[in-house]
Design a protein around this ligand. Structure first.
Ligand SMILES: C[S@@+](CC[C@H](N)C(=O)[O-])C[C@H]1O[C@@H](n2cnc3c(N)ncnc32)[C@H](O)[C@@H]1O
Length: 264
């Protein structure tokens, strides 16, 4: 079992805040469209799993209003703590190891979390268990193996270097038990977990300033580990950071697959 201190992208590091801002720019519109489609509204009781930063939790709080509830959990709540005021409650919780933090939720949502949880089967069971009958589950996760490149248009040495470093990042994630083909499995896993009316789609940024910010923060955050594991040299990383600072590179992310369904 991965302990919280083994999570590769520690929330305490300064780059974590930059990564959460980039996730919000890249993925909040998709997430909010799905949550609106599921009918989120006043009075709903929501569990935001692996909340990370504040953007999704704050949006949920506005939607559910004072009669609703938003429980935001994470193994490290330092970045979501500023959102902790009614109707938001913040709690330290490991979704792969702890009992669900309650039952009867109208909505359970996790974005870019389960890929990182070694016992993601247990985590999914726990999330389904926490729903009331008829409650909605939305799981959004990356599928880096479906599109592994940060530069799908690999037309020069800068792009080749970027893709080589991305491959190193994928190795580091896999070494810590991340499932890099998880996203594509979600619709089947949700059905197997007993959900009905299951659907899924994907969003895949191909070039955006937020992808550049995400790449820069991620590479700076894992720099020492990339070098220690022999995936890159310090010179490679300096060159890559200078390349992306130049503003001329189109950087993509892995597709984010969103899958949703209802508890029977
Ligand atoms: C890639 S970030 C995504 C954050 C946020 N959901 C978003 O989309 O912006 C992954 C988050 O999952 C949290 N996390 C990792 N393993 C976890 C676990 N076992 N239980 C709960 N949270 C976990 C991390 O601390 C981090 O905040």
């Amino acid at each position: 079992m991965m302990r919280s201190d083994e999570y590769l992208l520690d929330n305490q590091q300064t780059e974590a805040g930059e990564r959460f801002d980039a996730f919000a720019s890249l993925f909040d519109p998709t997430t909010f469209r799905h949550l609106d489609g599921l009918g989120i509204g006043p009075g709903w009781r929501c569990w935001e799993v692996g909340a990370g930063g504040t953007s999704v939790v704050s949006w949920l709080a506005k939607k559910v209003g004072p009669t609703g509830r938003v429980l935001a959990t994470d193994i490290d709540t330092s970045r979501v703590a500023p959102a902790a005021r009614p109707p938001v409650e913040v709690r330290v919780h490991d979704v792969g190891a702890d009992e669900p933090p309650g039952e009867g939720f109208d909505l359970v949502h996790a974005r870019l979390v389960l890929v990182h949880v070694p016992d993601r089967e247990r985590a999914l069971r726990s999330m389904v268990k926490a729903l009331r009958p008829g409650g909605r589950l939305l799981v959004e996760d990356a599928d880096p193996a479906l599109q592994p490149l940060v530069c799908p248009d690999e037309h020069g040495p800068e792009q080749q270097l970027a893709n080589r470093l991305r491959q190193g990042f994928r190795h580091l994630l896999a070494d810590r038990g991340a499932d890099l083909s998880y996203g594509r499995r979600l619709p089947r896993l949700l059905r197997d977990a007993g959900l009905c009316r299951v659907e899924a789609d994907a969003y895949f940024p191909v070039s955006s300033p937020a992808s550049v910010a995400l790449e820069s923060a991620t590479v700076r955050q894992i720099r020492c580990r990339l070098v220690a594991a022999g995936h890159a040299t310090d010179q490679d990383i300096d060159r890559h950071l200078a390349n992306i600072d130049s503003g001329d590179m189109d950087l993509a992310t892995a597709p984010m697959i969103s899958a949703w369904g209802r508890k029977a």
